[in-house]
Design a protein around this ligand. Structure first.
Ligand code: SAH
Length: 263
């Protein structure tokens, strides 16, 4: 039922009444042609998921009654993806799939052999749209944070808080991911992992990463395309860290349907 999930501004929910406006309301009315009485789901972008029922459909707004709400359980281990900027639409693909796979935050970076286009505001808006659409498709209540693009050296020197740092490197001939994670997983709350551009990481970048405490790890003897490597690394990490286990609906964090704002 991906088509029945909508993002709503938290301030547009008052008590048990939600007012959907703008493109999401247009989509509900003109594209999906839903009608009063239909069940829908709202995400408020902060992690809350509301089950609701459509009451009234007007030209510029839809009103709905909130029936209940839940929040996604936090992952056992947070995953921060450091991604070199890629050409064309490959970044779009990565953002979409990383959202589906449950990455918590995405940190794009410029690197020696990658592209250096300065970031435009329109690009960030596009990326935000992509992750929100992916959330609707995969029933994820909170989109991953997308950070501004930084230089790789800056990112390596000031990484997000994490216990394990990895750099996926096709020339790593010794260390396996298993070996690096062995024993460290237990107390680990967050992992930060770097994936390079089409041109790969330079030797200097890998050396610098090692100095900053990043362990180089391999994805096997074949050189994967940049986007394949990112998706494989993400899925493997999520599985290994226990973030792909099923969650029974009863275990979802249930909170009483309390109004967010009075009015
Ligand atoms: N230009 C390089 C390949 C870069 S592949 C060459 O042709 O030699 C793009 C990125 O994917 C790399 O920077 C790395 O982060 C990741 N990658 C690809 N294959 C990998 C492998 N076998 N092991 C670890 N990382 C890999």
């Amino acid at each position: 039922m991906s088509l029945r999930r909508f993002f709503i501004n938290p301030t547009d929910i008052t008590g048990e009444t939600a007012q959907l406006t703008g493109p999401e309301a247009h989509h509900l009315r003109a594209v999906l042609r839903l009608t009063p009485g239909d069940p829908i789901t709202f995400f408020d972008g902060t992690g809350a998921r509301y089950q609701a029922r459509i009451e009234q459909i007007l030209k510029d707004r839809v009103t709905a009654t909130i029936i209940g709400h839940t929040r996604d359980l936090p992952p056992k281990v947070r995953l921060h993806l450091g991604q070199a900027l890629l050409k064309g639409q490959k970044m779009d693909l990565i953002l979409q799939k990383a959202t589906e796979l449950g990455v918590d935050a995405i940190w794009p970076f410029y690197s020696e052999h990658g592209i250096h286009k300065p970031q435009r505001e329109a690009q960030m808006e596009r990326w935000q749209r992509i992750v929100r659409e992916a959330c609707k498709q995969c029933d994820r209540a909170k989109p991953p944070e997308i950070h501004d693009t930084r230089e790789i050296t800056d990112l390596m020197a000031h990484p997000p808080p994490c216990e394990i740092r990895l750099i996926f490197w096709e020339h790593e001939a010794r260390q396996t991911l298993d070996e690096v994670l062995a024993g460290q997983e237990k107390d680990c709350r967050a992992v930060f992992f770097l994936l390079g551009p089409e041109g790969g990481f330079s030797e200097t970048e890998v050396a610098c990463a090692q100095q900053e405490g990043f362990a180089p790890v391999s994805l096997g003897p074949r050189i994967l395309r940049a986007e394949t490597a990112t998706l494989a690394a993400t899925a493997i990490l999520q599985f290994t860290l226990g973030n792909l286990n099923p969650v029974h609906p009863e275990d979802q964090e249930k909170t009483p349907c309390a109004p967010l704002s009075k009015g």
